[in-house]
Ligand binder design. Structure first.
Ligand SMILES: [Zn+2]
Ligand SMILES: [Zn+2]
Length: 646
């Protein structure tokens, strides 16, 4: 065996002795930015020895892989601190999760939030001590002996489940953990972390096992990134749409119907304003609205493919005409039962088929806002973001093959109209391709995927591929928006479906008089209105543009003497078409202002005796600005200038 190997870095090769440390071939990169390396594609410790020819790339602290290394190393640091502060506590597992990490411990008494500052302080102490982090490989038996001697019965159980002969152990100071790694070279690399919460968690997620004590934390490459993250987390907490929805009086949830919002009058105003906006666009873009049944015989879903591919997400009901009154969910159960529709598409095929269609009738664009029900698992439900009952700005376009690209283009335009008007600046596109569970042939799928890709290219839209994430009946364009908290939400989708027309035998008469198969496009621009409202509330913090604000103006009286004028001003605003209310309660102005602010009323109008005398108003905006008194008529003009998307 040669004692030299070839190392490739940045496309340049050089020869180094076997056993050269990874770190040593990455010279030139400041060590504060470097936390690990990718050797032949695999992320490893900087202290690893190179035994074979290899391509080496640095893994920087602020890269996604770098952050993972930092976060897992911070989990180890936390475990070391915990075991030194609370002797006798056993360790279990400590994986990296989105935005952070956790570690599950078996302590004498469960940890509480009060323990966290003490643990953090100990962690900082260990960082200062700059313990080297070292990897050793030991035989499985040795590892079991070692951890058994330490009284770590959970670790022993983990190692017993590992099939390999050898396992790796990472140690720092007098502390060690069974771990695959990789890790940062020493504890001083861990500069920016925060322990965030505690929770109970069953060993191996099984409720029959012991309850462990979990500590969550997060870590970043630097203090600034950590601060920024913590700020956004706090903002997200303050803007939680469930909290704001309650404060603004928009909607409530009740266990009597899990995952199904009860819209209050003010919530309905937002809902309807969005629907009205979509209807204005529908007139412009040539859509017709229909209303189809909520409940269908299951033979519909058998034909559409929902029975095979979506049944576990459907609410089913027995056939009221049958003797048994039971729900048969077996493969043939569709013969005797009904299902609540989870999607509008199967129903729309009946509207299409209600008449004979010729090539001149196409495209036919059918829209529907009906409620849909999906049996999402109760553990996944989350406010308006994940629901069992929803409405979509749903539509199905029945068109000829040669019309597909134009139709997709029109929809991409509508996406831009809508998200521009609603104040989302960043819109991203993905192409979701054939999933494992799908209808139709692979060839059909690849053709449909290419069509969607072409339409985006034609419109100069850059997109990523989202592999295997298409709907079971066809590929889709997924549209994501980024909110003010830098989170990404999937909202709109445009899906191409060659399967449903096949299954429902949908045709049109072509110019030669023959029947031809058509194509269906499923699309929604806002997506689920529930989810969209949730996103919008968190994006804006509840401060909606005037056209969406449930209460647009609140008139606040300074005293009983101006009650009549306050009511007159409110009535005038109402006559002008604004959603205005008067607060003439005998309360202090500060109190009334705070209540109006909590309800996120964009325009607060203060009227006192001076205003009543010259029929003026003093304006106070939600965002804090105040103005001098202005004539009531001038206020009306101001309100009329607020934009409404057409
Ligand atoms: Zn580990
Ligand atoms: Zn559909």
């Amino acid at each position: 065996m040669s004692s030299k190997i070839t190392v490739t870095l940045n496309g340049e090769s050089r020869v180094v002795p076997v056993g050269t440390i990874v770190r040593d071939v990455l010279n030139g990169i400041p060590s504060r930015d470097l936390v690990a390396a990718r050797v032949n594609g695999k992320v490893v410790d900087l202290t690893r020895k190179l035994e074979h020819d290899a391509s080496v790339e640095p893994v920087l602290a602020d890269s996604p892989e770098g952050l993972e290394v930092i976060r897992h190393s911070t989990a180890h640091l936390m475990a070391m601190a915990v075991q030194s502060l609370y002797p006798g506590t056993q360790v279990t597992i400590g994986p990296v999760i989105e935005d952070g990490f956790f570690y599950d411990f078996a302590p004498a008494t469960p940890f509480t939030l009060e323990d966290l500052p003490k643990i953090e302080a100990k962690m900082r102490e260990l960082v200062k001590a700059d313990h080297k982090i070292q990897r050793t490989e030991v035989s499985r038996e040795d590892a079991i002996r070692k951890f058994a001697a330490m009284g770590e019965k959970y670790k022993v159980e983990i190692i017993q489940g590992i099939p390999d002969d050898h396992v790796s152990i990472y140690s720092q100071g007098d502390w060690m953990d069974l771990c695959r790694g990789p890790h940062v070279p020493s504890t001083r690399y861990l500069k920016a972390f925060k322990l965030t919460s505690v929770a109970g968690a069953y060993w191996r997620g099984d409720e029959h096992n012991a309850m462990l004590s979990r500590i969550y934390g997060t870590a970043f490459a630097g203090k600034e990134a950590l601060e920024e993250h913590l700020k956004l987390v706090e903002l997200a907490r303050q803007r939680d749409h469930r909290k704001l929805g309650r404060e603004m009086g928009l909607y409530i949830f009740d266990p009597i119907s899990p995952g199904s919002p009860f819209y209050l009058p003010k919530g309905v105003i937002i809902f309807n304003a969005l629907v009205d906006y979509m209807r204005r666009l529908y007139r412009r873009y040539g859509y017709d609205e229909v209303v189809t049944p909520l409940i269908f015989k299951n033979e519909l879903f058998k034909t559409s493919g929902h029975w095979e591919n979506f049944r576990e997400n459907m609410f089913l009901s027995p056939d009221p005409d049958s003797e048994t009154h039971t729900i048969d969910t077996g493969p043939d159960g569709w013969h005797h039962g009904y299902g609540l529709k989870p999607m509008n598409c199967p129903g729309h095929t009946f509207v299409y088929r209600a008449e004979k269609r010729s090539y001149r009738d196409l495209p036919l664009r059918l829209a529907e806002f009906s409620r849909l029900h999906r049996a999402e698992r109760s553990g996944t439900l989350h406010g308006l973001m994940r629901v069992r009952a929803m409405s979509q700005d749903d539509a199905h376009i029945f068109c000829r093959e040669d019309q597909i690209e134009d139709e997709i283009t029109l929809n991409l335009q509508m996406v831009r109209d809508v998200y521009g008007a609603l104040g989302f600046e960043r819109v991203e596109f993905k192409l979701a391709t054939m999933p494992e569970q799908h209808l139709g042939t692979e060839e059909q799928w690849r053709m449909a995927e290419a069509k969607l890709g072409n339409a985006m290219k034609r419109n100069e839209i850059a997109y990523e591929i989202n592999p295997k994430e298409g709907a079971f009946y066809g590929p889709k364009i997924e549209i994501y928006v980024s909110d003010a908290l830098k989170r990404k939400w999937q909202v709109a989708t445009i899906q191409l479906d060659p399967n449903m027309p096949e299954r429902f035998d949908l045709t049109y008469t072509n110019s030669a008089g023959a029947e031809e198969r058509l194509v269906m496009i499923h699309r929604a621009i806002l997506g689920s209105l529930e989810r969209f409202i949730g996103v919008l509330i968190e994006h804006t913090g509840g401060v909606l543009p005037l056209w969406l604000a449930p209460e647009q103006v609140r008139v606040l009286s300074l005293s009983e003497k101006v009650e009549t004028y306050a009511n007159e001003a409110t009535d005038l605003l109402k006559r002008e078409g604004f959603r205005a209310h008067a607060d003439i309660r005998n309360e202090k102005l500060g109190f009334k202002v705070r209540e109006a602010e909590l309800a996120k009323v964009p325009y607060m109008i203060v009227v006192g005796e001076r205003e009543a005398a010259d029929r003026s108003v003093s304006l106070r905006l939600l965002r804090g600005a105040k103005s001098n008194a202005m004539p009531l008529a001038a206020l009306v003009e101001l309100l009329k200038k607020e934009p409404i998307p057409a």
